[in-house]
Write a protein that binds this ligand. Sequence first.
Ligand code: PLP
Length: 471
Amino acid sequence: MADEQGSINIFGDLHPYNKLFDVITKLPEKGMAEAEVLRQITYMSQEENKKWQGGQCSGTMYHGGMEHYAFLNKVFSLYSFVNLLQRDLCPSGTKFESEVLAMVGKMLHGEEVGKVNPADQEAGAITSGGSESIYNAMFVYREWGRAVKGIEAPEVVAPMTIHPAHVKAAHYLGMKVVRVPVNADFEADVEAMRARITPNTVALLSSAGTYPHGVVDPVSKLSDLALEYKIGLHVDGCLGGFVLPWIEKLGYPVPVFDFRLPGVTSISCDTHKYGYSLKGTSTINFRSKDLRRYMFFAQEDWPGGLYTAPTVQGSRSAGLSAAMWAAMVTMGEAGYLQAARAIMETSEKIRAGIAGIPELRIMGKSTFLISITSDVVNPYFVNDYIYSKGWRMNGCQDPLGFHFCITLPQTMPGIAESFVRDLADGVTFAKDPPYDTPKTGYLYGFGGSTEGREMLRQGMKGYVEAWYEYE
Ligand SMILES: *Cc1c(COP(=O)(O)O)cnc(C)c1O
């Protein structure tokens, strides 16, 4: 895609190291020396750490403390080679996972479910990440719908803002996602969702908070709706599940979204985001053991023996679960509260700064994630400018904008102030940009038509294809 400045690669350079190191396209005849491997890897990781360690990168690096990571890596190293599927070899893994689930269950008020129905007991599982937690939940609703309601063509009703992992899961599982426009605050429109419920609806979906805007859907009203229609209600807490409970405890207004609501039947919650663990773990929590049962797989007639697995994954590293447990017990409630306080103080500073820039508008009731748009200038030009100053935001559409998911690296002194300064300069830039099409806004106007959308999808798949090429 070209602009007046000449040709630019919209996805960036996928192969910046090709000129520095040999491109390896077949197994080396003789193994490379470990020292050489470490030299190359150390160089690459240091280069890449520079991109976020200054505190300018939205989301993705939730903790950012290299000492914290070094500690988790030490824990990981003791178990990196252990397979959690072979439980007899690692009863420690059973301890780590059951204790993590107990801690997460308490954080989400799992003890409340028994007060509604004494037969229910909150129960969860560890997965490889938010997408797998969501996949497992969607699978449970499909199976529950078939078993209890005889539904053969399962549908879920979701706000437009629901994370693509749900749409992807439905794609794999042969389910239909009915996506409903959100209200002016970017929250689920409960009555519009009600109107889309059919006899094939197995569950409603919601988020706490949403990825585009960080808002909490009106889960309490959706809970009533789910109870009325006797269907499931999933809360995607992948992003907010590990930070909103602490924000609430600090006294900030946070709508209730967890098992305190009687209609909430599952919650996904990412330990590898605000849980501050290593990448590769998440939790999925159900209202009852009966619901969780639908997720389990067991095959008794295989020549290889009896096979059973709780989630999609088969073999997986006990190291990740050990590190997840270690992250949680070392953080403790005090650590999570302190982190949430620092994140909220930074967010408040940024919000106050944005309030002083009349051309910008924050979308929805934000807490730890600030989504920015403008009714005056094209926000993608603002993003172009701040991108040139080293900031890495996440682009949003419908309406155009970008979001800043505040994590611990942003709580360093001066980050909020310099972000606000660059934003203000970005608005000045966007009022009279030196080129026509924003570089960070290549979606602008292009995805509006059916052909445009199909072209985009093909282009996106081509981009993923390029991940697996070596030059
Ligand atoms: C990150 C995220 C997911 C998906 O989780 P992965 O860990 O990326 O698989 C789902 N929902 C929300 C709101 C998220 O932020």
